[in-house]
Ligand binder design. Structure first.
Ligand SMILES: [Fe+2]
Ligand SMILES: [Fe+2]
Length: 191
């Protein structure tokens, strides 16, 4: 898909704040793609559409999870997680985006998963570190992203798991699978 057209569609579908976040994720993802040798066009499209369903109403998201036959255990987890899988289905179904790597990057950006591709990992990290993010620990992930992308992803997952545990929130299994996979494959390297 043409980038101009993609930007137009995304802008029409999102609030101003969310659209601006999306553009920052795109710019961050492009920087990471240049640094780590990922295809810029795929990363750009995945970043632009990653939050395409984020401003949808919870009930609409629930309806789409059911109608697209997404795994229904998703509904047992926080609705914050639903917009990734739903956006992946919408862009495939309505916008004819077929690239698996792009679709997976959109689908899994809310939870991560084991064995993420380079494009998936870039979107996951870019969403976490875009310049306006200010939560505790983000600076360490930003620093790590300059050195080692997979360490940055592991650190982002670790922070997320800590944060959810502190809130007594449930944690989607894919978040643990992503953390475990990276921990086993890259080992532990603290900043
Ligand atoms: Fe998101
Ligand atoms: Fe996002």
């Amino acid at each position: 898909m043409d980038i101009e057209k993609a930007i137009e569609l995304v802008e029409a579908n999102l609030t101003k704040g969310r659209f601006e976040h999306t553009l920052r994720v795109k710019d961050t993802a492009i920087q990471l793609a240049e640094q780590y040798g990922a295809p810029i066009d795929l990363v750009t499209i995945a970043a632009l559409f990653h939050d395409y369903a984020k401003d949808m109403d919870k009930n609409e998201l629930r309806r789409l999870i059911i109608s697209y036959a997404l795994p229904d255990d998703l509904l047992e987890y926080h609705h914050e997680l639903w917009h990734g899988p739903v956006a992946a289905k919408i862009v495939e179904d309505q916008l004819q985006i077929t690239n698996e790597d792009v679709l997976n990057a959109i689908y899994y950006h809310t939870t991560g998963r084991a064995n993420m591709s380079l494009v998936e990992t870039i979107i996951f990290v870019a969403d976490y570190i875009e310049p306006k993010r200010s939560f505790p620990g983000v600076e360490d992930v930003r620093k790590e992203a300059k050195q080692d992308l997979h360490n940055a992803a592991r650190r982002a997952l670790k922070n997320t798991i800590h944060h959810l545990l502190d809130k007594d929130a449930t944690i989607h299994p894919n978040t643990f699978f992503a953390y475990n996979h990276l921990t086993k494959t890259i080992g532990v390297k603290e900043v």
